[in-house]
Every structure is written in C-alpha cells, then in structure tokens.
Ligand binder design. Structure first.
Ligand code: ZN
Length: 323
C-alpha cells in the first residue's frame, strides 16, 4: 500500500524520471507514439536503475516482436512487468472467475472515472500478473505528496468499487477484495489517527513505526484511553462504510456502464483510460488496437524466469494500484 511501509530513499521525481528516460531513449530506435512524459508519470517510485531496466526490457520485447522501433506498447508492457511481475497467461482461470474479475476491475475503474477527486484511470486489465487476477491503475495528473480529505475519501470509494461491483453483478462476494479492504481500512485509520480528518479532531492517536522496532505487538502503541480506542474504531468504520455506500449508489445507478466495461474487458482483456471515459460519457468506445503479434514461443511463458528480465523493484509502490 502506498501509505504504509514508506521507505525513505530519494528516488527521482517525475521530472527526474523524464530526464533519465530521455537519456536511455537516445540509445534505442523509438516509435512515433512514444510519449516520455506519460512514461515518466506512470513510473512513480522507479529508481534510475528501474528506468534503465524498463527501457532495456522494452527494447528486448520489440526485438522479439521483430520490430524496427520500440513502440509505446512495449514500454507499457515492460513497465507493468517491472512494476507488477510478468503476465501469467498460462494461469488456469475459469470463465466464472474471469467474469467476476471483469466486474471487480470494472467497478474500480468506473468509480475512478466518475468520482471528482479520484486520479484518472490509466489502464484496467484482467490479465493476471503476479498474485493479482486483474488490475486497475490510476495515473495522477501530477505527482502528489499531499492528499486532501476529498481525495482520500474518493480513493477509499474506488478501493471499495471492486467488492461493490461483484455484489451488484452476482449477488455474491469473493476473497478478491481483501487487499482493497486492507488498503481502505488503513487509509481511514490514518485519516483518524494521523491526519485529523474525523470527528475526533486534529489530534494524533498512537505512535507508530518506532513501536514496531521496539518489539511491540502492534503497529501503533496505544497512548489513548479504551474509550478513545472505541471511538477510533467507530470513526474508521464510519469513514469506510460511508464511502462504500457512496460507491454502491453510484455503481447501482451506472450498472449498465459497469456491464459495458466488464464485457469489453472479457473481450479485450485490457482497456485504457480513454476507453473508460468514452463509456462514462456515453460515447462509442474506440476498441483497443489489435495486440502486437505474440513473441516466439521460446520466450512466451518463461519470460519472467529469465534472469535478465527480473527487475527487483524494492522501493515503495506509491502509485494507486488496485487488484
Ligand atoms: Zn480490487
């Protein structure tokens, strides 16, 4: 999650990444659709080495695809691999699971697209990667270091979108939302305990981090009364359920759009932010371009295991990322 386990390492900011990318891009033939600004925005938390790796990966992929130049598609694919692990197309997924994932991701994406303070959707996919069956990636229009209460509330609602969509579509819920729930709860707790964004006022409740190193059992040492502890729990619950209800009302109202997104995902596996916006605006969706030819079978499924493509991404993952 982006709010916990923050490692203090100076990593390049968006302008820094743009500069680093420019340097590496000079060494390879780049296609006309490659946008270095978009790439820089989409790679928060990447170190210089990660960025070098990203460019290298993209070049290798273009070579495997017998292309003369490296296009944005290869950069996207290699960025996702560095960020989230290799695609697992061989993973056995039932049609039913795929459908649930399509609605789940569709719920995240649709809420992210319609909530006023949420970061715009960059991409939504139901291609399994690493441990996740699908993924919705949002792209902040600028690098954020400070969050408003409204932005956090919208983020919590977006987190809840997966679970809500499953429930609306199938009248059944799955374990797929566990990470979303964890993220949302953690954000709400920090709103109450650290950021003074609840009925409990602008006070700090509980000391964190240091306590962990002292071998304390809990992440936060309790420096408040039992009565306050109960109030904190109530506030956390209130914040999360309020956003759940808000997301629920919106997705109910836009269930037809949700279905359109889910069906498009089942057909095309990935949609980009523009396509999601087209659905939201009631426009006809530009269908995704035909995916580039698959790499030769020698590397198709084992890409991830090849040592040269393993990109240890040790830093925090500050990008809003929901699975
Ligand atoms: Zn999710």
């Amino acid at each position: 999650g982006r709010f916990d386990r923050r490692v203090v390492v100076n990593r390049p900011d968006v302008r820094g990444r743009e500069g680093i990318l420019q340097v590496h891009l000079r060494k390879i033939p780049v296609g006309p659709d490659v946008n270095v600004v978009t790439l820089a925005k989409a790679t928060p938390g990447f170190s210089g080495a990660d960025l070098a790796n990203l460019v290298n990966e993209a070049a290798l992929l273009a070579a495997r695809r017998n292309q003369k130049v490296v296009n944005m598609a290869e950069f996207e694919s290699s960025k996702d691999k560095v960020l989230m692990g290799a695609e697992r197309k061989s993973m056995m997924i039932t049609d039913e699971e795929k459908k649930v994932t399509a609605y789940h991701e569709g719920g995240h994406a649709l809420l992210a697209a319609i909530l006023p303070h949420a970061d715009p959707v960059h991409k939504v996919t139901i291609i399994p990667r690493g441990m996740a069956l699908g993924l919705t990636q949002q792209l902040p229009s600028e690098e954020k270091h400070n969050w408003t209460k409204e932005q956090l509330e919208d983020r919590i609602a977006v987190c809840m979108g997966g679970r809500i969509a499953e429930d609306l579509a199938f009248k059944a819920i799955s374990t797929g939302a566990s990470n979303d729930i964890e993220q949302a709860t953690e954000m709400a707790r920090r709103m109450v305990c650290e950021w003074g964004m609840s009925a409990l006022g602008p006070l700090a409740y509980g000391k964190k981090d240091e306590a962990i190193f002292l071998g304390k059992e809990f992440g936060r040492s309790q420096d408040y009364s039992e009565a306050t502890a109960i109030q904190i729990d109530e506030e956390v619950r209130r914040i999360v359920t309020t956003q759940f209800d808000r997301g629920n009302a919106l997705l109910k109202e836009r269930f037809a759009d949700l279905t359109t997104i889910a069906e498009a995902l089942l057909e095309h596996e990935s949609l980009d932010g523009t396509q999601i916006l087209q659905i939201v605006r009631g426009e006809k969706m530009n269908l995704p371009p035909v995916p580039p030819p698959a790499p030769p079978p020698v590397v198709a499924e084992t890409e991830a295991e090849k040592p040269e493509v393993i990109a240890p991404f040790l830093g925090p993952m500050p990008e809003p990322k929901l699975s």
